[in-house]
Design a binder for this molecule. Structure first.
Ligand SMILES: C[S@@+](CC[C@H](N)C(=O)[O-])C[C@H]1O[C@@H](n2cnc3c(N)ncnc32)[C@H](O)[C@@H]1O
Length: 247
């Protein structure tokens, strides 16, 4: 069982692969998509859940998603067919960094995928390249809510605190027009959904050759979360516009 198979099972009950509930996702999309006929790009779209939700509720929207996971792309394609939005969704199976488009986008999304570009600011720089005038960026990134342990840094990267994270975004020329800080409930719900789904699958498939690996992975991830980062890791989602240049 590879990482992609583990991830697919782990996200069975939480198709948004970030610690946000359905109402938060809905609100963030509302703030990024005020017209309903926008062109939307998701860099690191996973199984495309952000785009699928945006498309399902806005019949004049067009969307493109980029991800390196073949399994996630296949899942997105199938879900688009099931939800009847496949004619307005284009999926690119490739590195997000190398993605180019002749037409710009009104909203560029990148949630939980800044590692694809090597961090927050390089992700914003890439988003800027794809943005139409007056466009918005919806970015989701981790931050340290308290001083992290070395294990947490090794696991989740060298993040900053919330205020510093937002300061860095603002200093980079962006103005936050909406934001959401994942609640304790959203953070916990996401982890329980992931490692609970994986454990459930393992218990329900005792004869499957992957059952014992899945159970071990669920147990390891759950322990790492509880012991190493539950008390220190937070997640913020921001809807951003470009700050006007002043002479
Ligand atoms: C935590 S998931 C987030 C998925 C989605 N944004 C969401 O919130 O549901 C991170 C995604 O980034 C993708 N990814 C990682 N590195 C990438 C890269 N270099 N180029 C494109 N996608 C990448 C992974 O395959 C994965 O689907």
């Amino acid at each position: 069982m590879n990482r992609e198979q583990i991830s697919r099972i782990a996200h069975t009950d939480h198709p948004i692969k970030s610690p946000l509930n359905d109402a938060s996702v809905h609100r963030l999309l509302e703030h990024g998509l005020s017209r309903g006929d926008e062109r939307v790009l998701d860099l690191g779209c996973g199984s495309g859940e952000w785009l699928l939700r945006a498309l399902a509720t806005r019949p004049h929207l067009h969307a493109e998603g980029v991800d390196i996971s073949a399994a996630a792309m296949a899942q997105a394609r199938q879900a688009a067919r099931e939800r009847g939005v496949e004619d307005r969704l284009v999926l690119h199976h490739q590195e997000a960094e190398g993605f180019v488009s002749v037409q710009p986008f009104n909203l560029v999304i990148s949630v939980g995928a800044t590692h694809a570009f090597g961090g927050l600011l390089p992700t914003l720089a890439a988003a800027r390249e794809h943005l139409a005038p007056g466009g918005r960026v919806l970015i989701g990134e981790g931050f340290w809510d308290r001083t992290p342990s070395q294990e947490a840094i090794d696991m989740l990267g060298d993040l900053t605190d919330l205020a510093t994270t937002v300061d860095r975004v603002v200093a980079d020329g962006w103005t936050p027009i909406h934001g959401h800080i994942s609640t304790r409930h959203e953070l916990d719900d996401y982890e329980w959904a992931c490692w609970g789904s994986l454990a459930t699958w393992a218990l329900d498939h005792p004869a499957d050759p992957d059952s014992s690996q899945a159970l071990t992975a669920a147990s390891t991830h759950r322990t790492e979360w509880l012991r190493f980062y539950r008390d220190t890791w937070g997640f913020v989602s921001l809807v951003l516009g470009r700050t006007p240049d002043r002479p």
